[in-house]
Ligand binder design. Structure first.
Ligand code: GLN
Length: 273
């Protein structure tokens, strides 16, 4: 069976667990794996996980509690060294970013893993919360049946930090020690996972947002990046866990299954040779 954890230190974790439960039966039969869903509060629980969701909530609080629970380093290992499938929503996206701006309340320790810079509370005070029905390109069915995206004091990705360019720009704070000599097949696989560049998975046009709110748009035609992926690490600005639409959870569970299968095949191949 595949164990999927939800970081349960603060925020909307039980909503994620519910949607994972709702999503798992809808996976295609080739992916009919048995899933175990686990609320993660300790390093021991994290060690059992094949994949992890970091929920929306308050990223500063979440990172403080993670540090106090001795989870910050294990989380960094999970995402950045082992490169296990991880999905962050809203505050979770902030924590997965390599770089984030500070707010009045201050910054926080990040986990990292996504080579992006996020702008916290991007939509400002006046429009702290809004919804937009969107066609998410990675979700085939949303072409005809739009996905309701809930934004609450949401961050957006304001810059992609490429591996090569990032260093020159002095932006990338990736810890070079993670590229340690590989000792096991799993290290090799993780190293390969690290070679992925960031892909933009969804954008929000300011026009769509203004339309939703009956407002004039400030920058017609502009697009904000609201979902990105870098190999096994995925993040979105909005809160799928605050809807009762399990489609993104189903999609992501499918990705987790594939990542687990890649790992198993890789280990098998190495054992044979
Ligand atoms: N603005 C919040 C933060 O900085 C995130 C908001 C959310 O997750 N709804 O953590």
């Amino acid at each position: 069976s595949i164990t999927v954890g939800v970081l349960a230190l603060q925020g909307a974790f039980s909503e994620h667990v519910q949607l994972l439960r709702a999503a798992s039966p809808s996976l295609p039969t080739s992916q009919s794996q048995t899933f175990r869903f686990l609320e993660v509060r300790t390093p021991d629980e994290l060690a059992q996980c094949d994949g992890l969701i970091i929920p929306g909530g308050e990223s500063t609080t979440m990172s403080l509690v993670a540090a106090r629970s001795g989870l910050l380093e294990p989380l960094r290992d999970f995402v950045k060294v082992a490169r296990r499938p991880t999905w962050g929503t809203c505050a979770g996206l902030i924590l997965l970013a390599e770089s984030a701006n500070r707010t009045k309340k201050g910054g926080q320790e990040l986990i990292g893993g996504l080579d992006v810079r996020v702008n916290r509370n991007h939509f400002g005070r006046q429009t702290e919360s809004f919804q937009a029905n969107l066609n998410l390109p990675f979700l085939e069915s949303s072409k005809s049946d739009l996905y309701r995206c809930v934004f609450i004091r949401a961050p957006v990705v304001e810059r992609l930090l490429s591996h090569k360019k990032g260093v020159q720009e002095g932006e990338l704070e990736r810890d070079d020690t993670i590229v340690a000599p590989s000792k096991t097949p799993a290290d090799d696989l993780a190293r390969r996972e690290l070679e992925h560049e960031v892909e933009v998975m969804a954008t929000l046009s300011t026009d769509a947002k203004a339309l939703q709110e009956n407002q004039e748009h400030e920058h017609p035609g502009a697009e904000d990046i609201i979902a990105v992926r870098q190999g096994n690490v995925f993040g979105c600005s909005f809160h799928p866990e605050l809807t009762n639409d399990p489609r993104i959870h189903a999609w992501w569970l499918g990705e987790v299954v594939q990542a687990v299968e890649r790992r198993q095949q890789f280990e098998l191949a190495h054992r044979k040779s």
